[in-house]
Design a protein around this ligand. Sequence first.
Ligand code: HEC
Ligand code: HEC
Ligand code: HEC
Length: 90
Amino acid sequence: MKKMIILMMLITFASVGVAIAVDTVVYEAKKGNVTFNHKAHSEVVGDCAKCHEGEPAKIVIDKASAHKDACKTCHKEMGGPTKCNDCHKK
Ligand code: HEC
Ligand code: HEC
Ligand code: HEC
């Protein structure tokens, strides 16, 4: 019985994990982790093509891309966060 409960918990956690992986991505950084809410962004921005070229697929985010075209450039244009601690949360 105990094993069954643990198994059910594992399945619950596994499915929650999948849902989060699609909706929200957390980028780890020493300055503080950056949470990217993909679902909220899709709604606010409205058009997948603003971020994805062609068929939407994984985009590689690193410091250089995040601080320019992948994140910050649009924040300047559309009024998203541009200060360090607006994105990096400790
Ligand atoms: C629009 C959101 C955003 C803003 C604004 C922003 N960053 Fe970042 N930053 C990121 C993301 C996303 C990464 C990529 C993390 C990764 O590589 O996984 C990153 C990476 C970094 C890194 C390298 C990762 C590490 O572990 O140290 C440093 C340092 C950093 N940022 C400092 C800053 C500083 C300083 C500012 C303000 C001048 C700033 N960031 C503003 C989103 C942002
Ligand atoms: C504000 C920018 C932005 C918008 C708008 C956006 N995406 Fe994304 N999308 C990203 C980023 C950044 C990633 C990479 C996330 C990561 O680091 O795993 C991504 C990842 C993805 C992935 C790959 C997921 C994976 O890792 O398997 C798919 C599929 C996707 N997006 C589809 C869409 C679709 C469909 C829309 C429109 C409804 C959309 N995106 C709107 C930025 C965006
Ligand atoms: C195409 C435009 C666009 C791109 C690209 C974009 N954002 Fe944003 N983002 C916005 C807008 C617009 C807002 C403000 C939304 C609001 O006020 O409701 C925002 C808000 C945010 C916020 C604060 C609100 C929240 O969701 O907590 C964070 C953090 C953020 N973005 C991180 C990122 C990161 C990290 C990236 C790159 C991986 C990124 N954004 C790429 C348009 C964009």
